[in-house]
Design a protein around this ligand. Structure first.
Ligand code: CYC
Length: 169
């Protein structure tokens, strides 16, 4: 698992070079957004269960078939599994935000996930919508907390959504 700094060092070490201008710019922008990253993580940590609950309600409002007989989130067990998955996405998004790297998402969340979802009939399109809804809720809360530089929030949610959806054959 890597963060923005360890990824950079690893790349430069592999070619035996000192950190050049590009590397220093990357580092500067990571450190400049550091306070915002930590503050966003604090907003997520402090509101995680409410965010997941609200996102679930919006998702099932938008796509009510999911919780009707035959829907993938029908039955209490699957409903709970769906909210649990949303909670995973939120928690790992907060890690990726702090790390300034999507590596943790690849390693801990996305690896093999599509295959699992496909074999269980979990609809990927609806999951992607759920991830986007969570992103919007987090952005609302981040804006309400007066955090500037909040553009960093999109990245992990968009990354998970894209990786889940795009590789769908
Ligand atoms: C199931 N979600 C699963 C399963 C895994 C994950 C492994 C199968 C095993 C289980 O039921 O627990 C996902 N597990 C993860 C992830 C991690 C992990 C991401 C990384 C930390 O360890 N169904 C819907 C909605 C969606 C949904 C669109 C919620 C957004 O209709 C989710 N996931 C869902 C459901 C199941 C599931 C309903 C249960 C499916 C079943 O057993 O039939």
């Amino acid at each position: 698992m890597r963060d923005a700094v360890t990824s950079l060092i690893r790349n430069y070490d592999s070619i035996g070079r000192y950190l050049d201008r590009d590397a220093l710019d990357t580092l500067k922008s990571y450190f400049a957004s550091g306070t915002a990253r930590v503050r966003v993580a604090a907003v997520i940590n402090g509101n995680a269960s409410a965010i997941v609950k609200q996102a679930g309600s919006r998702l099932f409002e938008d796509i009510p078939e999911l919780i009707r007989p035959g829907g993938n989130a029908y039955t209490t067990r699957r409903y709970a599994a769906c909210l649990r998955d949303m909670d995973y996405y939120l928690r790992y998004a907060s890690y990726a935000l702090v790390a300034g790297s999507m590596d943790v998402l690849d390693e801990r969340v996305l690896q093999g996930l599509r295959e699992t979802y496909n074999s269980l009939g979990v609809p990927i399109g609806s999951t992607v919508i759920g991830i986007q809804i969570m992103k919007e809720i987090v952005k609302e809360q981040v804006a309400a907390a007066g955090i500037e530089n909040a553009s960093i929030v999109d990245q992990p949610f968009d990354y998970m959504a894209r990786e889940l959806a795009e590789k769908d054959i």
